[in-house]
Ligand binder design. Sequence first.
Ligand code: NAP
Length: 240
Amino acid sequence: MAPSLLAGKTAMVTGASSGIGKALTHALAAEGVRVAMVGRDAGRLERAAAGLAAEATTAWACDVRDDAVVRETVAGIEAAWGRIDILVNCAGVYLSAALPDLTNEQWDDLWRTNVSGTLFPTRAVLPGMLARKDGIIVVLSSVAAHRDFATMTGYGTTKHAVTGFARALTNEVRQDGVRVVTVVAGPVDTPLWDGLSTPIERADMLTPGEVALAIVHAMTVSPTQVLEEVLLLPQAGVYH
Ligand SMILES: NC(=O)c1ccc[n+]([C@@H]2O[C@H](COP(=O)([O-])OP(=O)(O)OC[C@H]3O[C@@H](n4cnc5c(N)ncnc54)[C@H](OP(=O)(O)O)[C@@H]3O)[C@@H](O)[C@H]2O)c1
């Protein structure tokens, strides 16, 4: 079998301790990628790496809401591995609330995590990618940005924002060899839904592994192509 187009590359995956980011870490490791796993809890990251070879991953405790900490983390990964070829912005938080109940604190945290938490890592890795004229940046958006569901004014607007961010960035860096992929996922059965009412049965949702496979597919098209947007929905639909 031909080696993967990704073999030997390095990746930084935010939100790697759970759900989609964890599944993607395992999928990338299977392609021969070394993954710098980012999340706020080092122990949780290490548990998420269980089963992978020790040299396949490193755990970086980092809050993506903090620009200075993100810059330090990116500098640390680049010092350790020489470069970051792939960035996946998977860290995110979800909230469903009727608008009169949505507090300023909730709104701010959604924006700081989902939007600033995408800007900070992306801005920090980009100079290295531009200098090498090579790189892949993945942004996790959501079908909540495309179907505009009730009670998702806060979460949905953050996902509109990251979609717009990724679309503009695609055009900014396409001549410089950097490819930007927006992943628009329907409901995925991850701990994000724990304790919450769900739009469809969890058994009918996408699995994190299915989303990870779609992202790996987007990363492994020919370097002369960019799969700019991946819209992946459960066959069962988005709402029952
Ligand atoms: N599940 C879905 O139905 C679905 C659908 C479409 C899109 N998405 C998007 O996909 C992404 C991943 O979601 P998921 O379902 O995999 O969620 P999840 O299982 O809850 O995982 C979220 C991850 O983000 C990390 N995280 C949260 N806040 C962080 C912060 N401030 N700094 C660093 N890491 C942080 C968490 O680790 P710590 O808490 O330990 O830091 C965890 O690793 C999110 O952007 C989400 O909006 C999810």
